[in-house]
Design a protein. Structure first.
Length: 125
C-alpha cells in the first residue's frame, strides 16, 4: 500500500542515556480527537534515510516491549505516548545526522506519516 503525503518535519533533541516521553495527539481535519484503539504505530530511528538498519524501533504492537502506549480512548481519545528509554540512547553515538519518523496505520489499513525529522543526540553529562 503506497502512502503519498507531505510529511511534517519534527526534529527531536534528546540527551544520551535519558528517558524521554513524547505525547502524541491524533485528530481529524476539524481538530476533533479520533479513536486510535485498533491502530498501529511504529517509530524508527536510522543512521540515514537509505539505511536498512534501525538504531531504535518503537511500536505499540509488541506486547513485551511496547514503546508506544495508546491511552484509554474513552477518557483520552486520540492520545498516545512515545517512550524512548535511556537504555535505548545510552549506547548510541551522539550526533546530528540520524533520521526518524512515525508511521501510523489506521484500523482500515491506511498508512500515514504524522512526522519525520532529524534526531539529535546530545552527549551525557
Amino acid at each position: 500500500m503506497e502512502c503519498k503525503q507531505e510529511i511534517p518535519v519534527y526534529d527531536l533533541y534528546l540527551n544520551q542515556g535519558q528517558t524521554t516521553t513524547i505525547g502524541l495527539e491524533f485528530a481529524d481535519g476539524d481538530g476533533n480527537p479520533i479513536d486510535i484503539t485498533n491502530d498501529t504505530f511504529e517509530w524508527n530511528l536510522k543512521d540515514n534515510v537509505d539505511s536498512d538498519t534501525y538504531l531504535i524501533q518503537a511500536t505499540n504492537s509488541d506486547v513485551i516491549n511496547s514503546r508506544i502506549v495508546i491511552s484509554d480512548q474513552t477518557t483520552s481519545k486520540g492520545e498516545a505516548t512515545l517512550i524512548i528509554s535511556g537504555n535505548d540512547t545510552a549506547s548510541l553515538t551522539p550526533k546530528v545526522t540520524d533520521v526518524q519518523n512515525l508511521r501510523w496505520v489506521d484500523s482500515n489499513g491506511e498508512p500515514t506519516f504524522p512526522f519525520k525529522g532529524i534526531f539529535v543526540l546530545k552527549p551525557s553529562v
